[in-house]
Ligand binder design. Structure first.
Ligand SMILES: [Zn+2]
Length: 437
């Protein structure tokens, strides 16, 4: 019987309404027992003991929006490197977007991802299949086949579904399978060739803008179609005040809608494009928005309008990003910076309760995806993330486990880092104390 004792940590598990100092005993990959801390060593004589005194012991974090790039773009990331980055960043499960090469629009790619993740993955991998064949927005993908092979949601992320009739059919299908449709809400005609948020800063910099309305008209369309079908809609990387208001109102009217926000939209604004002198690592889609939008997102975290935080981890090779701002691809990596950014900026400095942090990063994404994760209840899979809320470190992209380095947070000093990650009872990441010499 393989066992692991996690001693003396603050167990934060909203699913069981727990927030207390406890010992957690893991046996054979499951949570076997939760008890008040014992003096001395405690019982796990045959197994390992992790001293979690002063740390948060959370149900394993779930990142519901990552791009693992495999198959086809392994120079950016692979299932192996991406899940290693996830483990280092405190995530025990990731859901990977289908815009690989080829796109994950049928049985064979879904099966490949599931098999490869089983062979080489450090954390649980849940594939997201395409809405449309090849992500082209014309014909529905083989949704049923993909669901039977392990897909937990569908999305054409990287692109919006766009075609409202196709969206309607997709939502009718996904309703039958009980899975959410995740949309990258954007009106391609309004975005045109924009590269950053349309506003004062884009005018000053002379860069072409992407207006907030580009996201908002797509959100409005999607909500209307979701209401008509009764299908479950999840709005990816929501970025504007207007979008958030539409989601809030639709939910009050009974539409089955959830949404996620990214750490970068919560901590940065379009001013970063100017301050960084056109650093391509400030270029992503949706773009960094205004301070007013950012404040609305922070409010949405606190009041429950935002259901989940997801990294939108989007690796690109350094050579691809080292071009002029207009030419650079959209996207930044996030698996290894999400936890410290949210703990430091939103929990420590923004009034977000630790229990709400766990809901946003574990319980809610698990519920949205319909996966049996997000709790430390007795009998649950022993996926555990241990966070030291006092640990201060500086982000150093050269130490990242991801194959890519495209982060705007290099050099930031943040307090609150994951120190151990446990997947199915196995310790897949443990932060070594930095040796002083
Ligand atoms: Zn997207």
């Amino acid at each position: 019987m393989a066992s692991l004792l996690i001693k003396g940590g603050r167990v934060i598990d909203p699913a069981t309404k727990t927030d207390a100092v406890m010992d957690l005993l893991v046996v054979d990959g499951r949570i076997a027992e939760r008890r008040v801390p014992e003096k001395g060593r405690g019982a796990a004589p045959d197994g390992r003991v992790i001293d979690a005194t002063g740390h948060w012991v959370c149900p394993g974090l779930v990142d519901m929006h990552v791009h693992l790039r495999e198959p086809g773009q392994e120079h950016k990331e692979s299932i192996e490197s991406g899940t290693r980055a996830a483990a280092t960043g405190g995530f025990t499960s990731v859901a990977c977007m289908p815009n690989t090469d080829p796109w994950n629009d049928g049985l064979s790619v879904t099966e490949y991802i599931v098999a490869e993740a089983r062979r080489k993955g450090m954390v649980n991998v849940f594939p997201i299949g395409c809405v449309s064949k090849g992500g082209l927005g014309v014909e529905l993908a083989e949704i049923g086949d993909m669901v039977r092979s392990g897909a937990v949601a569908v999305s054409d992320d990287g692109r919006p579904v766009g075609n409202s009739h196709l969206l309607r059919m997709a939502l009718e299908y996904t309703k039958i399978f009980g899975i959410p449709l995740i949309d990258h809400c954007e009106d391609a005609n309004l975005s045109a060739s924009g590269v950053m948020n349309e506003g004062f800063v884009s005018t000053v910099l002379g860069l072409k803008g992407i207006p907030g309305a580009s996201e908002e008209v797509a959100v409005a369309t999607d909500l209307a179609v979701a209401a008509m079908t009764g299908g479950r809609l999840h709005v990816a990387h929501i970025s504007t005040r207007g979008s958030l208001e539409k989601v809030r109102r639709a939910r009050q009217e009974g539409v089955a809608v959830t949404c996620e926000a990214t750490p970068h939209h919560l901590v940065l604004t379009d001013q970063s494009v100017a301050d960084s002198h056109y650093d391509p690592n400030t270029k992503m889609n949706p773009p960094l928005r205004s301070e007013e939008d950012r404040q609305a997102l922070l409010q949405g975290l606190l009041d429950g309008t935002i259901d989940a935080i997801a990294s939108d981890h989007a690796p690109h090779h350094a050579d691809e990003k080292l071009v002029e701002y207009d030419e650079a691809p959209f996207g930044i990596i996030g698996l290894e910076t999400t936890v410290p950014l949210i703990v430091d900026r939103c929990v420590r400095k923004g009034g977000l309760a630790p229990a709400r942090f766990v809901e946003l990063l574990s319980r809610n994404p698990a519920r949205i995806l319909g996966i049996k994760k997000g709790t430390l209840a007795v009998g649950a899979d022993a996926d555990v993330t241990i966070i030291d809320p006092e640990l201060e470190r500086t982000v150093d992209v050269s130490r990242f486990k991801s194959k890519s380095r495209n982060s705007p947070f290099h050099g930031w000093t943040l307090r609150g880092w994951p120190v151990a990650t446990v997947v199915g009872g196995r310790v897949v990441h443990e932060l070594q104390p930095v040796a002083t010499r």
